[in-house]
Structure formats: structure tokens, C-alpha cells
Design a binder for this molecule. Structure first.
Ligand code: ADP
Ligand code: ZN
Length: 705
């Protein structure tokens, strides 16, 4: 196929000017009639690899896909781009299916998505030569080596026999070598050309935090991300429900999702999430494979995943549109122990334990996490990534020999018969039942580590485990045991380097900048987002299928005001230009006018409006809702009104504790101008607006004295 024609098609139907790495090569191989195996991370851009050839090839393209929800989404997306497509699965009525068969006969379709269970129905309408391409999406489902085996997939091997001259394309995000091999074998495409993309997703920040006070950490995290969609993965169903409920009680739009819910309930939750009607999903790993939402801005792992494959796939659901997105993993020993138990009962125990071990090493890493992750997938990087917590806060090492000796000798005196918690209690000289019941207050090392906090001891001991000085005896109540290396430290004065335990206060959070808070209100991006949402509701399709966030961001920057300019935007193809161009251009022009003219006036009005509502005794939350503004904004209105000596009573809206905290911070930080240092100081626990208002109050009080 001619290169120009392919590029034209890419722009015309998908709105993109260039291919991502490998896409072009894969597409060409498909045109040459080769079988292909495509390995790309989630969000890497697999769909275009078969969708674009489908448009240009003479006959229909069959796409085998495991999930009904995903199919509908893909077909909606294609339709929005002006590509005739349909799907066939067991959820449809006889009539609906007949309609599709008619379309196939009339050659009206370019793509047909089929669930493996429904293949038999299409069979009679197809014969070799009448199918141009067969794509098998989520191809790892065919392999019991993979992590998501689906029995219905195993029958797909017959396709190659049935359509011997039709090229086949198998696509997956699973990098595991054994699985790859198995896919080709079972699909009968032993000579498939293999295309393996880089697994580096630079736009995803990586962070691991100790699993203490998880709920507090999470609610601080989501507080400043109210308009963003995110997923919290939990290990158990119960966990998902409890967490969702707690978040709801704090006023967040959170839902629980797990395989124990009724099918229609699950579908509804998915749809609400996809359509931005709910923002946070607390889910077991049952959630996500069918989700093709491009603007998931963050993923949290409440519990540690079983292996790095799962972890990578799950965090990969964030930021498919390529915009910066955050991921956070909580690491706790209780989780590790639990997973260890699960694994020990499994058939392939050894493999699972080894995979869990790699997961644990990642979580406990003291060097660039992305390097570790990518090396697991066979990609070796020279440079540190600069976008993980370790790169942002490299650990400082110090001579920890004495600390190590204290811990090791304590374990030695305890006859290696206690788990980490009791060891720390003894080191710190705790006066509790666990200690007294065994008379541990008598032993020589009791209380030799009083000067070090519980949390620090825990972190140091974890480091000693990672250094290979200690082992956890999982089969013996998780007791800590000394290794031969430990003896060298205890008896041969070998030195130990430990990493400083980061002071939690000083950890720099991924930037939730003041600017991003501001964009929430009246930026052009927000206007375009609202417009997109309105259209999405009218057309009953997910908002991101109209334009994804990256495309809206580009519109905000480039401000296209003519059809030609609009078509230049990455992500705008011909069909979408025709369908939505007018509305979006209108919005952009209106916005630009408004900015040029009545900006000042408008600002004045906005404060007055808030003042009027305050005088009606509405709460700030009510005002925010009424006005469709962020609560933070209302707080800053209040601060401004107060500064302008309007009759408002700011103290009504700040708790005494917050006011006191800000006063204290003001002294410590010795400054009054910027808000960000305060925000960081409180680890995001106090809202920007509250800080601003509190400072206004304090300044006035200072001026009085
Ligand atoms: P995958 O199926 O591999 O998880 P998708 O096919 O859903 O990934 O693509 C992820 C996102 O990347 C989508 O929003 C898609 O529109 C976008 N995308 C794909 N190819 C390109 C490209 N060449 N240029 C810009 N964006 C692209
Ligand atoms: Zn890094």
C-alpha cells in the first residue's frame, strides 16, 4: 500500500498526523498478507494497527474481542470517526443480528467485532477470500500461561484452517515470553512476524508509599483531583466496598466494583465511570480489562499486586491519552504475607512465589523504579527516569552498622522465634502484653532501640531483609531469621549501609499545582470539556470518544477558529470536523471574545454573586454547587471579599484547628506570599482556599495589633 494513502487515511479517519513507533510497520505487514503478533503496552495504540488496514482492504475485517462492553465502545468510536462497523454478541436480539447479517451481505461494513462464543453465527456468512483480515484482540486470553485465561478463546485455532489465505493479527499487552509463544502456537500462526513495542510509559509517574494510614493518604490524594477519574485497586471484595463507602461519606463520587456484583449492576458502574458520571472506582482486578477510557488520570493500588505483569497492566490504564498521570502503590508486609499464602496453595507455586518476589523487590527499591520495571520486561535503560519517587527523592545512605547490629542481636536473643512486630516492640522497650507474656523485658537487648521510632525501625528492618541479612520464615509464623551474612555483621564487624527513611513531610508530591486547580473553573479547557460532556450526553456515547483530553488541550493551546485550523489539531479527523467542528469553534471564539472584553467586569460580578449568596446564608458548598465552581474558588472569593472589607464573617467557615495550624505554619515558613509551600507543608490536607482565607484573617489581625 502506498505510504501517502496510508498517512492520508490516518489523518482523515483518526485525525492523527503521524504514527506511533511500530504502528506503520505492523500495518504494512498486514497489507503484505503476513500474520502478525503485536505486543504493546495498554494505551500503546494497538487498535489502529488493524482498524486502519480494515478501512483500506477490500473485504471485511473480523475482530475477535472478549468483552462485550469493550466491543460497543470500539464500534461507537469507529462510527464517530466515520468508519462503518458493528458488533455481534450474545446480548443482541435475533432481529438485531439479522440486521447485521444483511449489512455483511451488502458489503456495508468494514469491521465486525465478534465475541468468540458468537463466531459460529458469522461462520455461514463468510468464506475464505471474503474476509480480508482477522484480528484477535487480548490474544493472551488463549493461553493458560497468561493471567486471564478464557476457555472460549481456545477454539480460535480453527480460524486459520478455515481462512488459510486471510492474514491474522494477534494483539496483547502481555509481555511474558511463554505466553507469546503459546499464542502463536494455538492460533496456528507459527511464522507470525513479532512486533514488540517499548513498554516505557513516560507519562505515568511511579510512586510507592508505606501502607500506613492508607485512607488518610488516599483522601488527601483525591481531594485535589475532584474532576479527575481514577481507579483504586483492592485485594478483596469487602475492601472495595468499605473503601468506596468511606470515600462517599467524605463526599467523593466513589463506587465499588467486583465480580460478586450482579452483571447489570457491574455494567452500570462501568458505564457511569466511562461517561464521567462517577469519578472513583474502588475495584478488584476484575475491573479494567473492558475499560477503554483514555482520560483516567490516576491509579492507586491499595494492596500489593501479585506480580509485575498485573501491576503494569493496571497502572497502564491511566493516561492512555498520553497526558501526565499519577500512580501510587501502597506497600505493606501484611499484604506480602497474605499473597505468599495464596501463592503457596497454587498449582505453579514456585513461579508465583518468584513473581511475587520480583514485585516485592520493586516496591522496596532504592533505585529508579522505572528501570527495574522495564528490565523485568526485557528493556534495559541507561538513564534514570526522573518521574518516579526515587528519582525525585533519591535516598541518602549512612553508616547503619550500629542500627543493624542492634536489630540482629535482638533477633538472635529472641532465638529467631518472633515476627517483625515483636522484634520492634522489644527493641523499643514497649510495655505490652506480647512482651510481658514471654518475659522479654528480661532480655539484654530490651529497649536498646528506644531512640528510634516504630516506623523507622520497620523501614530499617525491611532494608536489612532486602540486603539479605534477614529472612522471613513464611512457613513459621513469619518469624525473622538471621542469614549467614548477618553473622558477618554481628561477629566479624562487617559494615552496613542503610538508606535514610524519608521524612514523610518532606516527600514531594507529584505536582498538583495551583494552576491545575485554577483550570478547573473558567479555562477554555474546562469550557470545551463541558461542551464535550453535553454532546456526549445527547449522543449517549462516552465523552472521550468525541475528543480525548489531549486533543482538547491542544485546542486550548492552538485556539483554532476556522475549519482548516480545526482540522490541523491532532485527533481531529474529517468526520469529527463535520460533526463537532462548528460547536467547538463557536465555543473557542466566544471564549476569546470574552477574555478580550469584559474580563474585569466579569470578575467583579463573580465576587458580587458569591457575596449575594453568602448573605442568603448558603453554605460554601451550596454556593459552589449553585455556581458550578470549585469550593476552593468560593473560599478565595470569600478571602477577597473580606480583604475588600465587605460584610462577611470568614471565621464561620474555617475550623479553629485549621486557623491555628496555618498561623503556626506561617511562623515556621516565615512568609506570607505563596500558597504552595503551605499546601505542601500540610501534605495537601488543608485546601488551598482554606489556606488563602486563613491567611487573610491572620493578616488583618496582625495589622490590628
Ligand atoms: P491499546 O489498545 O494499545 O491499549 P488504543 O488503541 O486504545 O491503545 O490507543 C490508546 C490511545 O492512543 C487512544 O486514545 C488513541 O486514539 C491514541 N493513539 C493511537 N495511535 C495514535 C497516534 N498515531 N497518534 C496519536 N494518538 C494515537
Ligand atoms: Zn526513576
Amino acid at each position: 500500500m502506498e505510504k501517502n494513502r496510508v498517512l492520508q487515511t490516518l489523518k482523515e479517519y483518526f485525525g492523527y498526523d503521524s504514527f506511533r513507533p511500530l504502528q506503520e510497520k505492523i500495518i504494512n505487514a498486514a497489507f503484505e498478507g503476513k500474520d502478525n503478533l503485536v505486543i504493546m503496552p495498554t494505551g500503546g495504540g494497538k487498535s489502529i494497527c488493524y482498524q486502519l488496514p480494515a478501512i483500506l482492504l477490500p473485504e471485511i475485517t473480523l475482530v475477535i474481542s472478549p468483552l462485550i462492553a469493550l466491543m460497543k465502545d470500539q464500534v461507537d468510536g469507529l462510527t464517530a470517526n466515520g468508519v462503518p462497523a458493528a458488533f455481534l454478541n450474545s446480548s443482541q436480539t435475533e432481529n438485531e443480528q439479522q440486521e447485521i447479517f444483511k449489512k455483511i451481505d451488502a458489503k456495508e461494513l468494514k469491521l465486525l467485532y465478534v465475541a468468540p462464543e458468537s463466531l459460529q453465527f458469522v461462520d455461514k456468512f463468510m468464506s475464505d477470500g471474503k474476509v480480508s483480515l482477522i484480528a484477535v484482540d487480548e490474544a493472551h486470553c488463549i493461553s493458560s500461561w497468561g493471567h486471564d485465561f478464557r476457555p472460549a478463546y481456545t477454539q480460535l485455532g480453527y480460524l486459520k484452517n478455515r481462512f488459510p489465505t486471510t492474514p491474522m493479527m494477534a494483539l496483547t499487552a502481555t509481555a511474558d515470553k511463554a505466553t507469546r509463544h503459546d499464542i502463536c502456537r494455538q492460533l496456528n500462526i507459527p511464522n507470525a512476524e513479532k512486533h514488540i513495542a517499548s513498554f516505557d510509559r513516560k507519562n505515568l509517574s511511579l510512586e510507592v508509599r508505606p501502607g500506613i494510614k492508607r485512607f488518610e493518604q488516599i483522601s488527601n490524594f483525591v481531594k485535589n483531583r475532584k474532576k479527575e477519574s481514577g481507579i483504586i485497586y483492592c485485594l478483596s471484595r469487602k475492601n472495595t466496598e468499605e473503601l468506596a463507602e468511606k470515600l462517599q461519606r467524605k463526599g467523593f463520587e466513589a463506587e465499588a466494583y467486583h465480580a460478586g456484583l450482579a452483571a447489570d449492576k457491574r455494567i452500570q458502574i462501568q458505564e457511569d465511570f466511562i461517561n464521567d458520571r462517577s469519578k472513583i472506582i474502588c475495584a478488584t482486578i476484575a475491573f479494567g480489562m473492558g475499560i477503554d477510557k483514555s482520560n483516567i488520570r490516576w491509579v492507586i493500588h491499595y494492596n500489593m499486586p501479585k506480580n509485575l505483569e498485573g501491576y503494569y497492566q493496571e497502572i497502564g490504564r491511566a493516561g492512555r491519552d498520553g497526558l501526565p498521570s499519577d500512580t501510587m502503590l501502597f506497600h505493606s508486609y501484611a499484604d506480602v504475607v497474605q499473597l505468599q499464602k495464596f501463592a503457596s496453595n497454587a498449582k505453579n507455586e514456585e513461579v508465583q512465589l518468584a513473581k511475587l518476589d520480583r514485585m516485592k523487590q520493586y516496591a522496596e527499591a532504592l533505585s529508579c523504579r522505572r528501570k527495574i520495571l522495564l528490565s523485568y520486561f526485557g528493556e534495559l535503560k541507561q538513564e534514570d527516569c526522573g518521574n518516579c519517587d526515587i528519582c525525585k527523592n533519591p535516598p541518602q545512605f549512612f553508616d547503619g552498622t550500629i542500627i543493624a547490629q542492634k536489630a540482629l542481636s535482638c533477633i538472635f536473643r529472641l532465638k529467631e522465634s518472633e515476627p517483625i512486630t515483636v522484634v520492634i516492640d522489644v527493641l523499643r522497650g514497649s510495655q505490652n502484653e506480647a512482651v510481658f507474656s514471654k518475659n522479654y523485658q528480661q532480655i539484654k537487648t530490651f529497649g536498646i532501640g528506644k531512640d528510634i521510632s516504630w516506623h523507622h525501625w520497620q523501614q530499617y528492618i525491611i532494608q536489612l531483609i532486602n540486603l539479605g541479612l534477614l529472612e522471613i520464615a513464611f512457613h513459621r509464623k513469619n518469624n525473622l531469621q538471621l542469614t549467614s551474612l548477618a553473622r558477618k555483621v554481628l561477629f566479624e564487624s562487617e559494615k552496613v549501609q542503610l538508606a535514610e527513611v524519608p521524612d514523610r513531610k518532606k516527600i514531594k508530591r507529584p505536582e498538583v499545582s495551583e494552576a491545575s486547580e485554577k483550570t478547573v473553573d473558567n479555562s477554555l479547557f474546562e469550557k470545551l470539556r463541558q461542551l464535550r460532556l453535553k454532546i456526549a450526553r445527547e449522543e449517549e456515547i462516552p465523552a472521550y470518544l468525541i475528543f480525548n483530553d489531549a486533543t482538547l488541550k491542544e485546542m486550548e493551546k492552538a485556539r483554532p477558529m476556522t475549519d482548516d485550523e480545526f482540522l490541523q489539531i491532532n485527533g481531529v479527523g474529517r468526520q469529527k470536523m463535520q460533526d463537532y467542528g462548528y460547536d467547538f469553534i463557536k465555543e473557542i471564539i466566544a471564549f476569546s471574545k470574552e477574555k478580550r472584553t469584559g474580563k474585569k467586569n466579569k470578575k467583579g460580578d463573580t465576587y458580587k454573586t458569591t457575596l449575594a449568596l453568602l448573605q442568603q446564608d448558603l453554605s460554601l458548598e451550596e454556593i459552589a454547587k449553585e455556581r458550578g465552581l470549585a469550593l476552593t474558588t468560593i473560599y478565595s472569593h470569600l478571602a477577597k471579599l473580606y480583604n475588600d472589607n465587605e460584610a462577611v464573617e470568614p471565621k464561620k467557615y474555617i475550623s479553629k484547628a485549621d486557623l491555628k495550624a496555618v498561623a503556626k505554619a506561617k511562623q515556621e515558613l516565615e512568609q506570607t506570599e505563596a500558597l504552595k509551600p503551605y499546601f505542601d507543608h500540610f501534605e495537601e490536607a488543608i485546601d488551598y482556599g482554606v489556606i488563602r482565607l486563613a491567611l487573610a484573617v491572620l493578616e488583618k489581625e496582625e495589622a490590628k495589633t
